[in-house]
Design a protein around this ligand. Structure first.
Ligand code: 2M8
Length: 462
């Protein structure tokens, strides 16, 4: 590489890294008692979201590991006594500072509904994938290089809470003992409006829903957001959970939306592996964690592998069938590292097809959330087609894991270029490459920092 192109790349990385740090700093909210959290985006998402904070901590970890720890600590302030880590924590500073959000703290009524809910802070009654454990491990690893004694102290502080969370996921959300997590609501998956949930959602008949006003379409173009019909179903499902006091034992027998989510479960599996490493370092490797890992290793194939599509399906516990749907989520269990070379190669080939924006079929060769040849594909509708940075970051990790280094580098280059050209958006259109949804989106900024830091060409900078 010539010196001038090296210089160009260095400047590119510096500029992008600085802008990303700037966004995280601007989206950061200070609370009392040394707590801080980062809103996912100004206006649209004014509270603390669970898996967002996990991704965000990855970004902080490189230059501000202490800030990453504060982010995760502040999230854990919302943990319930039974281990549930809510998908939104409604810190009071946000309620006072930002415009109203729906469904907000009064809708969920966590404290009134469950004795397990924390008394100091209001939360939602749903969960999200445990990115927190992966993020904490990432912070630990970076601290451990310079301050091993302190790093171990950090593990000791976080481990009991993380263990409680994992135990919740593997008991209350897996009474079948499959090692796969059951979700009760599309919002628990993080892929809120994905066609993955169309079929099971079609069974939901919204009834007894008090009047509500949607707020999610105030700050972004309404045509990017879920339809009113889907929204009514989301609200109806959430109300059913509240009416059962968020008590999993009461919910489980009759709840109409019970799905073994292949992506949530894959993230949980990776998180169990990190939890197990933490437990080993602390001298207490619990037999439970090993059992959860073994169950997953067997059952992800038993329940979710689909030989016809040669990818993974979600499993509907009500119909006792896989949910047929071909979205990018079908390839994400790649990240577990459990697949045979034959399966990996088949899935990489699928990624290279026009359906997933290979063969120059899209404005950028990054994976869309839904294949562009699918009837449900919509290039700008939330989770139904756009390119998301977190999904492509998972794929980038998977490519590295299986040794596809050139491919991974190519993927990272395109992600960074897209973010550089368009700005830090919530998602991007595969058709036009334009940034869509909320602007100044925190996880896009945080994962850009992580990509830059891991990227060979920029290793020395971040
Ligand atoms: C989106 O979800 C919220 C509800 O939780 C929404 O639609 O209002 C999803 O993209 C989810 O994955 C994400 O955590 C959240 C905040 O970024 O926004």
């Amino acid at each position: 590489m010539s010196r001038s192109s090296q210089l160009h790349q260095k400047l590119f990385a510096q500029r992008l890294g600085t802008s990303a740090q700037h966004i995280l700093a601007k989206n950061s909210v200070r609370l009392r008692g040394n707590r801080q959290f980062t809103i996912p985006a100004p206006k649209e998402y004014p509270y603390q979201w669970n898996w967002d904070s996990g991704f965000i901590a990855y970004g902080y970890a490189h230059q501000q590991p202490e800030r990453a720890l504060v982010e995760l600590r502040t999230l854990l302030d919302g943990q319930w006594a039974n281990g549930l880590l809510p998908h939104i924590v409604f810190h009071r500073a946000s309620t006072q500072r930002f415009q109203p959000y729906f469904p907000g703290p009064n809708f969920w009524a966590s404290k009134k509904s469950s004795a397990n809910a924390p008394t100091e802070v209001a939360t939602s009654g749903l969960i999200q994938p445990p990115m927190i454990t992966l993020a904490l491990w990432h912070v630990y690893a970076s601290l451990n290089r310079r301050r091993p004694t302190y790093a171990k102290r950090v593990l000791r502080e976080f481990y009991p809470k993380l263990y409680l969370l994992h135990r919740y996921l593997m008991t209350a959300r897996d009474p079948e003992q499959t090692g796969l997590v059951t979700i009760f609501h599309p919002w628990e998956s993080g892929f809120d409006n994905s066609p993955r949930w169309d079929k099971p959602l079609s069974r939901i008949r919204p009834r007894n829903i008090p009047k509500y006003r949607r707020r999610d379409r105030t700050h972004v173009n309404p045509k990017f957001r879920p339809s009113d019909k889907s929204y009514a179903r989301f609200i109806s499902l959430a109300l059913r959970l509240k009416r059962k006091d968020y008590d999993d034992r009461k919910i489980y027998p009759l709840h109409p939306f019970k799905i073994k989510d292949k992506v949530f479960s894959s993230i949980s599996y990776l998180a169990h592996r990190r939890l197990f490493q933490m437990a080993t370092i602390l001298g207490d490797p619990s037999a439970d964690i090993r059992r959860w890992m073994r169950q997953f290793e067997k059952n992800i194939f038993r329940y979710c592998w689909n030989a016809k599509t040669r990818s993974f399906s979600d499993y509907d516990l009500i119909t006792k069938r896989q949910i047929p749907s071909t979205t990018i989520a079908g390839l994400l269990p790649l990240m577990t590292g459990l697949l045979s070379a034959r399966r990996v190669n088949g899935m990489i080939r699928a990624l290279d097809q026009a359906n997933f924006c290979g063969q120059k079929a899209c404005a950028v060769p990054l994976a869309p959330s839904v294949g562009i040849q699918q009837p449900t594909f919509n290039h700008e509708l939330y989770w139904r087609g756009p390119i998301w940075v977190n999904i492509n970051w998972f794929l980038w990790r998977a490519l590295r894991l299986y040794g596809f280094d050139d491919r991974a580098k190519h993927q990272a280059d395109h992600m960074l270029q897209l973010i550089h050209d368009q700005g830090f958006y919530e998602y991007y259109s595969p058709k036009t490459g334009a940034g869509l949804g909320a602007r100044n989106f925190s996880w896009t900024a945080a994962l850009a920092i992580d990509l830059l830091a891991n990227h060979p060409r920029d290793r020395q900078h971040l």
